[in-house]
Design a protein around this ligand. Structure first.
Ligand code: PLP
Length: 385
């Protein structure tokens, strides 16, 4: 009954896995009972309710084990956006943070939340500089933390950037935060399910996750809240998620989150090596076949294996590149999902590469992609540039 994902691809080549990924059939299988006969409200005390409650609590235990956290530190949400909103607003309203340090290359889930707090005078905001290779300038971060003292500060910096793939060292940022007693939130949406985590030994107060980025369902997210901090809910209502997140739980989403993370962890070595080899192969082919191609970010250094951000020389043809790729059955994006299909330019690329004569395209990969697809892409690009 469950078709292989490859059969569903038809002739299209999907290279926008940082935007979202297809649901793994094994994840769907784990979710199905909760979409069918196990439909009870987890808050109901009779057997139907107890069954779905068990599904949620088993998922929580499994996620906690896979990330090396306590089950009490794991909260299920509707996705990365809600998780980051909860953490950032909680840090300001409940933990006394009056200053926020972030970066200009964060996802809008962070940037717009921080801007909202700034506009309402609930916190002041400073932005850490971005180095030419797209990394956060840690020296500047230290300076900003020092300048902000004695104000209580929230540092919100993402783990892997969704557009260029650059990875920020959570331990280095966490150590600086510790030195200045700052709260540290990291948007880890692009790394949960892609990189191993050991939260008991990682100096963060909040991290976030989103199941649809690693072959789980959309609308199922994770918020990790370290046991040493306590915030109030972002969504008020019933007492679900131990009074942290009101609303009847998305049981099948939560079960799907846990199953997708379990599979991702099991397959990590194989999948990451394979996907990295595709990224490196594509980069080498592009360099060989297309003169003038450059890569944005630290693509071959401290970078996520799932993302390759490529700049093509600007021309009348290349300005229409995303649309032309789409017409040729190739799905890629100019940046985050909100800018897919439109060449609006990306706030991330602009933060460190202001060359107006280039067109940036993000290719992002999953285990379903193949070397043949990379070859086809390069052949198409040769015609479209
Ligand atoms: N943060 C990053 C880095 C992302 O890539 C995304 C996905 O678009 C989000 C946050 C938002 O996650 P969600 O779609 O689960 O709200």
């Amino acid at each position: 009954m469950l078709k292989n994902v490859n059969c569903l691809k038809m002739n299209r080549i999907y290279l926008d896995n940082a935007a979202t990924t297809p649901l793994d059939p094994q994840v769907l299988e784990a979710m199905l009972p909760y979409l069918q006969h196990q439909f009870g409200n987890p808050s109901s005390i009779y057997s139907y309710g107890r069954e779905t409650r068990l599904g949620i609590e088993n998922a929580r235990k499994s996620v906690a084990r896979l990330l090396n956290a306590h089950p009490a530190e794991i909260f299920f949400t509707s996705g990365g956006t809600e998780s980051s909103n909860t953490a950032i607003l909680g840090a300001v309203r409940d933990l006394g943070c009056t200053h926020i340090i972030t970066s200009p290359i964060e996802h809008h889930a962070t940037l717009h939340t921080v801007e909202y707090l700034d506009k309402r005078d609930e916190a002041t905001v400073s932005y850490v500089s971005i180095l030419p290779n797209g990394h956060v300038d840690l020296q500047h971060l230290g300076q900003l933390l020092q300048d902000a003292a004695p104000a209580k500060t929230l540092v919100t910096l993402m783990h892997a950037n969704n557009e260029i793939g650059n990875i920020t060292d959570l331990h280095a940022v966490g150590a600086l935060c510790k030195q200045f007693q700052a709260i540290f939130h990291s948007d880890t949406v692009q790394t949960v399910g892609h990189l191993p985590f050991d939260l008991r030994h990682t100096p963060v107060h909040f991290i976030t996750g989103s199941a649809h980025k690693f072959h789980g369902p959309k609308g199922a997210g994770l918020l990790y809240i370290n046991e040493n901090v306590q915030i109030h809910p972002f969504i008020h209502g019933g007492g679900q998620e131990r009074n942290m997140r009101a609303g009847t739980e998305n049981v099948y989403g939560i079960v799907g989150f846990a199953k997708a993370l379990e599979l991702a962890t099991e397959q990590y070595e194989t999948d990451s090596n394979y996907i990295r080899s595709l990224k490196l192969y594509l980069a080498a082919q592009l360099q060989q076949e297309l003169p003038g191609v450059t890569f944005n970010g630290d693509s071959f250094g401290n970078s996520n294996y799932t993302v390759l951000n490529v700049s093509f020389p600007k021309s009348e043809k290349s300005e229409m590149l995303l649309m032309n790729l789409d017409m040729n059955g190739i799905c890629a994006s100019g940046g985050s999902a909100c800018t897919s299909g439109a060449q609006q330019g990306s706030h991330v690329i602009r933060a460190f590469n202001n060359n107006p004569n280039q067109v940036a395209v993000r290719f992002s990969f999953s285990r379903h992609n193949t070397k043949e697809e990379m070859d086809l892409l390069v052949e198409k690009l040769k015609l479209l540039i």
